[in-house]
Design a protein around this ligand. Structure first.
Ligand code: NAD
Ligand code: MG
Length: 403
C-alpha cells in the first residue's frame, strides 16, 4: 500500500506547473485547518484557486471567505442558515447549497482537483468517500475518516488511483520521510506526541480539570475537539489507527513517544535501523502547504527552527495508566473490525458532553470503555456496518451521559 500510495501520488490531476493553478475544494473552511489553508492559498494565488468552501454553522465567516476568495460553490451544512448566505452572496456568481446531502453532491462534482478534507469528526467521512469515488485527490486532515473506515477508504483510493496525502503533522512527517523510499520496508514508525497540557499529571489532578483548562494546548492552536483529544491522549490513539491505514502497517510497527517540544513531527525506522525524522517549528501551515502543493515544495517565510536557540529535545514513555484513552485506542487498533469506529463515536459524544460541562475529564474514558464493551464486535464490517456501529455507539454513549 505504501508503494501504491506514493506511486499514485504522481497522478494528482493538475500538476503544479507554472501558469497552471490547482483547484481546491476546502471542506471545513471555517475551522482551524480551513482558515490556515486559506492563508496558504492567499499567499500562493498563482498556484491555487478556491473552487469550493463549506462550513457547518459559522455563516458569517463563510460569507466573508466567499467574498474574498470568490469560489464557484459554497455549502452551509446547517440548512437554517441557507437564506442568509444566499442573500449575502446574491450579487456574485457563487452558487449556494445547504445541508448534509449537498456536501456529498458537491464532493461528487468535477469542478475541483483536490479536496482538503478539514471537517471535524465522523461528519467528514461521506464527502471524502465521494471525492475518492469521483477520482479526486484528497489532502486529509480529517483523521476520524480513517479511524472509522480506513480499510475501505484506502482500498477505494487504490482502486480509483487517488492519492490520499496526509495533513496531520505526524503523518505528513512520515509521508515526507518515505519519499524516495518506495522499495524499502518500514521496520516501525515513531509517532511523537506533545503530551498535551496535563503531561506529568496524575488522575487525582485530572478529576478536577475543567473545560477552559483542557482547551489550553501548550504547542498548537486547534479546534476544540482535537484540543480535548490532545489533552486526553485520545488524539495520539486516533493517529495510531490513522497511520495503520495510511501506511499499511501492522499495529506492532507503530510506537508512540512523548516529545514535549513538538519539533520532531514523527520518524520512520527502516530495516537497516536507520531512522529518518521530519522536523520544524510546530505550525500546521507547513503540512497543509506540503499536502496542497505535493509533490512540490514551495517557498514561504514561516519562522525557522534554530538549533542553538532551542537546544534540548526530550523523549519519554506515555503514561498509559493515567491517560487510559490511549490504551483503549491501542486495544481498538489491535482488535480492529468495527471497534475503532465504535470508540471514535463514543469519544465524539464524550468530548461533546465534556465541552458542555456535562461530564468530567475522567468520565470521558468510562463512557468510551463501556461503549466499546457494549456494541457487538464485527471483525470485517461492510461500509453499512461501519455506519450502523457508529450510530449504535453514539446512542449508547449518549444514554450513558443522559444527553
Ligand atoms: P474545527 O472545529 O476548528 O473546524 C471544523 C470545521 O468542520 C468547521 O469548518 C466546521 O464548520 C466544519 N464542521 C463541523 N461539523 C460539521 C458537520 N457536522 N458537517 C459539516 N461540517 C462540519 O476543527 P479543526 O481543528 O480545523 O480540525 C479539522 C480536522 O483536522 C479534524 O479531524 C482534526 O482532527 C484534524 N486536524 C486538525 C489539526 C489542527 O491543528 N487543528 C491538526 C491535525 C489534524
Ligand atoms: Mg497530529
Amino acid at each position: 500500500m505504501k508503494e501504491q500510495l506514493l506511486n499514485k501520488s504522481a497522478a494528482i490531476n493538475t500538476p503544479l506547473a507554472d501558469g497552471c493553478t490547482r483547484r481546491i475544494a476546502l471542506f471545513g473552511s471555517t475551522g482551524s485547518i480551513g482558515r490556515q489553508a486559506l492563508e496558504v492559498i492567499a499567499g500562493n494565488s498563482s498556484l491555487f484557486s478556491v473552487e469550493v468552501l463549506t462550513a457547518y454553522n459559522n455563516e458569517e465567516l463563510l460569507i466573508e471567505q466567499a467574498l474574498r476568495f470568490n469560489p464557484n460553490i459554497v455549502v452551509i451544512g446547517d440548512e437554517k442558515k441557507y437564506q442568509k448566505v444566499k442573500e449575502a452572496l446574491s450579487a456574485t456568481e457563487i452558487k449556494v447549497f445547504a445541508g448534509e446531502k449537498a456536501l456529498e453532491e458537491v464532493a461528487s462534482m468535477d469542478c475541483y482537483d483536490l479536496m482538503l478534507a478539514a471537517i471535524v469528526g465522523y461528519a467528514g467521512l461521506r464527502p471524502v468517500l465521494r471525492a475518492i469515488g469521483n477520482g479526486k485527490s484528497v489532502a486529509l486532515a480529517n483523521k476520524e475518516t480513517l479511524v472509522v473506515a480506513g480499510d475501505i477508504i484506502m482500498r477505494k483510493a487504490v482502486e480509483n488511483r487517488v492519492p490520499v496525502i496526509p495533513v496531520d503533522s505526524e503523518h505528513s512527517a512520515i509521508f515526507q520521510c518515505l519519499v524516495g523510499e518506495m522499495r524499502n520496508k518500514i521496520e516501525k514508525i515513531i509517532l511523537t506526541a506533545s503530551g498535551g497540557p496535563f503531561l506529568g499529571r496524575k488522575p487525582n489532578y485530572l478529576v478536577n480539570v475543567k473545560r477552559e483548562h483542557a482547551l489550553q494546548h501548550p504547542n498548537w492552536n486547534m479546534g476544540a475537539k482535537i484540543t480535548i483529544d490532545s489533552a486526553t491522549l485520545m488524539n495520539k490513539g486516533l493517529e495510531m489507527i490513522e497511520a495503520r491505514w495510511l501506511f499499511n502497517l501492522n499495529p506492532e510497527q507503530i510506537q508512540v513517544v512523548i516529545h514535549p517540544q513538538s519539533i520532531i513531527h514523527s520518524m520512520v525506522q527502516f530495516e537497516d535501523g536507520s531512522i529518518k525524522a521530519q522536523m520544524g517549528l510546530p505550525d500546521m501551515k507547513l503540512p497543509i502547504q506540503y499536502a496542497l502543493a505535493f509533490p512540490r515544495r514551495i517557498p514561504n517565510t514561516f519562522p525557522r527552527y534554530d538549533f542553538k536557540k532551542y537546544n534540548t529535545l526530550t523523549f519519554e514513555e506515555p503514561d498509559l495508566r493515567t491517560f487510559r484513552n490511549l490504551g483503549l485506542a491501542m486495544d481498538a487498533l489491535n482488535k480492529g473490525g468495527n471497534l475503532p469506529a465504535v470508540m471514535n463515536a463514543a469519544n465524539e459524544i464524550a468530548v461533546y458532553a465534556f465541552l458542555r460541562n456535562r461530564v468530567n475529564f475522567l468520565d470521558m474514558t468510562d463512557v468510551i470503555e463501556k461503549t466499546m464493551h457494549k456494541v457487538s464486535f464485527i471483525p470485517s464490517p461492510t461500509l453499512e456496518e461501519y455506519f450502523e456501529s457508529d450510530g449504535m455507539a453514539r446512542n449508547y454513549a449518549a444514554d450513558l451521559i443522559k444527553l
